[in-house]
Ligand binder design. Structure first.
Ligand SMILES: [Fe+2]
Length: 494
């Protein structure tokens, strides 16, 4: 039985195809249309998967879409009334036009859009699936855990920011949820914008900047995100404005009075910016810990699955693995919205009784043959040769401080380069980060790089006895290792 899942008209559009519960493939549209974070209908991704599986529309037992638009509309109207009159700002300007005149009607017609690409579907084969159910499914079903606590922590999906659930066998049971505007993802986005980066895209830069600063604005962030009983939290709407003014003004002026004016994208970064990032990161990590602690108490589960955009915060995830008491933490590489394509397909497949299959690897995207590669190299007018002993040659290049672009096999699903489309370099050279940044023309010198360590040797390097194959969980380096891998061991020792 084949199931297709996809997401679009938000950000990070993707598609995933399953056969009897196994992943045939999963790919983000941006990799094929070359538009970073593309939210367009994933025409190329879907065509690729259908061709790969040799599948026609009539073969599909179900198609799942990652959003329930009707749910959102009801909540949006209630929100406008609740926050009137200030919410009138949402009704004018770009956010309303793109969100409610553009996005929602497109979502309501998405089945027709799909049928134009793959041909007609049988009438009962298309489902809108609530956003957080997709995130939760993408985390729990492939985790390999029989039973686990599940936290989907996001900006918002329909009108929910956070879902608490417990997964068991083929069922995920929701326990609690937190509605917008109380959203860790939105708060992170608001400060990403304040720091002069692009919200919903550059949050990882803020996470990378945080270890360089001191969390000296703790008091403000404690007022901003209040931790409540039952694992819940509340965002102080006297300090944020995103819920009434959209992206035009995400924070109240009273926040700038404490932490200073917003940074323009081309301005330099100083200690104050790093301190803001550190304070934000501290509070977000504490809030996540608060959520998972409640989940653990309530479910008694030994293991935890995380999903949603905020679950790409590998620093916070590392703290959760280190301190929450959960035995294992699973975060699949596409924890953000691209992963909802996989989640939507899994949700349907397991409803139809497909068996659970452990996440095989992040390498779920397209691969290219040697003939494809030599054609592309010729077209780009590059000189090339076949190496007789590629691994030895590359090891030698790395040891002599060269930077290597490494391309092999199937493309990664999710935002992280995990060894099939990666930049490789020697981590022993402290200057290597700057070297890569200037060679690849990255602007941000704090951009973190990750270590790739053989699983058999991981205990020699890190204090935690687990693996992190998807770069979604940070580990603490053992004492004395920072000098040996200065280019990959961060300011905070992770
Ligand atoms: Fe999401």
């Amino acid at each position: 039985m084949y199931f297709l899942g996809f997401n679009c008209y938000g950000h990070n559009a993707a598609a995933a195809l399953l056969k009897n519960g196994e992943i045939v493939g999963a790919v983000e549209e941006e990799r094929l249309n070359r538009e970073k974070h593309s939210g367009r209908f994933p025409e190329l991704a879907i065509r690729h998967l259908m061709a790969l599986g040799g599948v026609e529309s009539s073969d599909l037992a179900g198609v799942g879409y990652y959003w329930a638009p009707w749910r959102e509309m009801r909540s949006a109207v209630a929100h406008l009334v609740r926050y009137a009159p200030e919410s009138r700002h949402l009704l004018s300007g770009a956010s309303f036009t793109t969100e409610y005149r553009g996005r929602l009607p497109a979502m309501l017609r998405v089945r027709q859009r799909l049928e134009r690409t793959i041909g007609p579907l049988k009438s009962d084969r298309f489902s809108y699936i609530p956003h957080h159910q997709c995130h939760a499914a993408s985390a729990f079903f492939p985790s390999g855990f029989d039973r686990a606590a599940v936290l989907s922590v996001d900006m918002l999906g329909e009108w929910t920011s956070t879902l608490f659930a417990v997964g068991e066998g083929l069922v995920i049971r929701p326990l609690n949820e937190i509605p917008f505007p109380h959203s860790l993802g939105m708060v992170y986005a608001a400060f990403t914008q304040h720091l002069g980066f692009e919200p919903i895209n550059d949050e990882w830069k803020v996470m990378g900047l945080a270890p360089y600063g001191k969390p000296r604005f703790t008091k403000l962030f404690e007022e901003l995100i209040e931790l409540l009983p039952d694992g819940r939290f509340r965002v102080n709407t006297n300090l944020v404005a995103y819920h009434v003014r959209g992206r035009k003004q995400m924070l109240r002026p009273s926040v700038s009075a404490v932490i200073g004016a917003p940074r323009a994208p081309d301005d330099g970064l100083d200690d104050r910016h790093a301190d803001i990032a550190a304070s934000l990161q501290r509070r977000i990590a504490d809030a996540m810990m608060h959520c998972v602690t409640w989940l653990q108490k309530t479910t008694g589960a030994a293991d935890l699955c995380l999903a949603g955009g905020v679950a790409l915060n590998c620093s916070a995830n590392g703290e959760i693995l280190e301190r929450s008491g959960f035995r294992r933490v699973f975060v699949q590489p596409a924890a953000h919205d691209a992963g909802t394509a996989l989640g939507a397909a899994l949700h349907l497949a397991h409803q139809h009784g497909s068996p659970r299959v452990v996440f095989p690897s992040a390498y779920l995207g397209p691969a290219y043959s040697d003939a494809d590669i030599s054609r592309a190299l010729t077209r780009a007018d590059l000189t090339f040769r076949r190496a007789d002993n590629l691994e030895d040659e590359v090891a030698e290049l790395l040891a002599s401080n060269r930077i290597v672009g490494w391309f092999q096999g199937q493309m990664e699903y999710g935002p992280r380069a995990l060894g099939n489309r990666s930049i490789l370099a020697d981590p022993r050279d402290a200057g290597m980060k700057d070297k890569i940044n200037s060679a690849v023309k990255f602007r941000e010198s704090f951009r973190p790089f990750a270590a790739s360590v053989l699983a058999e040797h991981q205990g020699e390097w890190f204090t935690m006895a687990d693996v992190s194959p998807y770069m979604t969980i940070n580990f603490r380096a053992r004492e004395g290792r920072a000098q040996q891998g200065p280019a990959v061991i961060h300011e905070d020792g992770t």
